[in-house]
Design a protein around this ligand. Structure first.
Ligand SMILES: Cc1ncc(COP(=O)(O)O)c(C=O)c1O
Length: 328
């Protein structure tokens, strides 16, 4: 297997431990992988991706990184921190609430445009270019114009896709799975999923075992499993594998998005309260809370059982940007 270069940015390996009280509540053997503790400006799954992406930036001799996302993007926060560590410039085209064009813009009521991740981006010196809300495709066009503008100023720009989900990102999670002893003893791995790097890497990692990876979606994007399969094929090309998993092998559940991407849901808020009060662990309202809420609901409905690993992807700074506080 080809092994792309990595630079150490994250606090790895992250802990894996059992959740005794929630296991008892749900009648599961429930474990957690603590990627909320990766470090790099308050943790989260993106730190792993950045170890390989920023190694590639250095290999390409770029001096500036451009990307795009929502104003409260966890990826941009961790990218900004990685760039600071390596002396690279960082710019991002952002919208408060980019949306999937066919689904349309959800009603307001998401996260604030200040505080949370945005506060940290400003501290890190990320050049945040804020655009009016629109479809993701429009945001991608703004990101390309931004990269061209930086190049016209003489910068050597490396373009990072939204959420960092390149083949290198999926590779980071293929390797992350090695941190879990006895990975194949789990019946399920449940993880929040959006741009797909995390789920794609983990799904590749469990091939040949009984373990199934279920992505609880943060975006109501139709055809997302097809995108993950295409990313998987790029991962195959990167590592020299012939796996070629079809879209049906990427198990996703879109039932827990609620009112839309970027908007906390009542079920997610309940999951935040549950994990905080029963285990002292914090979730974020946009990704991990919806995933954990989905895990609880699917267990109660008998769809998930046995030994389960909840892969906590972090994102907790968004808790401090919620427009409506979580009721006690
Ligand atoms: C906290 C958190 N969890 C999960 C995800 C989803 O990860 P991926 O984009 O690799 O699907 C993200 C991505 O934005 C995130 O910020």
């Amino acid at each position: 297997m080809n092994r792309p270069p990595r630079i150490a940015l994250a606090a790895l390996p992250t802990p894996v431990h059992r959740l005794p009280r929630v296991s008892e509540d749900l009648g599961l053997d429930l474990w957690i992988k603590r990627d909320d503790l990766t470090g790099l400006a308050l943790g989260g799954n993106k730190a792993r991706k950045l170890e390989y992406i920023l190694a590639d930036v250095l290999a390409q001799r770029a001096d500036f990184v451009s990307t795009c996302g929502s104003i409260q993007s966890n990826f941009i926060r961790q990218l900004g921190a990685g760039c600071s560590m390596l002396g690279l410039g960082c710019a991002a085209a952002v919208m408060d609430m980019p949306f999937d064009a066919p689904a349309g813009k959800p009603r307001r009521g998401g996260l604030k445009e200040v505080g949370g991740n945005r506060l940290i981006d400003d501290l890190l010196g990320v050049d945040m270019r804020v655009f009016p809300d629109g479809p993701w495709e429009t945001l991608y066009q703004h990101a390309e114009s931004l990269a061209s503008e930086l190049e016209a100023e003489g910068k050597r720009v490396y373009r990072v896709p939204v959420g960092g989900s390149s083949a290198l990102a999926a590779y980071a999670f293929l390797r992350a799975a090695e941190e879990v002893d006895d990975l194949g003893s789990f019946d399920w791995i449940v993880v929040a999923s959006s741009s797909g790097g995390t789920q794609t890497g983990l799904t590749h990692a469990v091939q040949g075992t009984k373990t199934r990876v279920l992505g609880i979606l943060a975006d109501p994007e139709p055809g997302i499993a097809q995108d993950f399969a295409e990313l998987g094929i790029r991962l195959d090309a990167l590592v020299g594998s012939s796996l070629q998993l079809p879209p049906a092998d990427f198990l996703v559940d879109a039932s827990y998005v609620g009112d839309g991407y970027g908007i906390p849901s009542e079920q997610g808020n309940e999951a935040i309260r549950t994990l905080a009060r029963r285990e002292g662990i914090l979730l974020d309202p946009i990704y991990s809370a919806k995933a954990f809420g989905g895990l609880c609901d699917l267990t109660k409905r008998g769809k998930i059982s046995g030994k389960v690993l909840f892969w906590h992807t972090g994102g907790t700074p968004a808790l401090f940007a919620m427009e409506s506080p979580i009721s006690p």
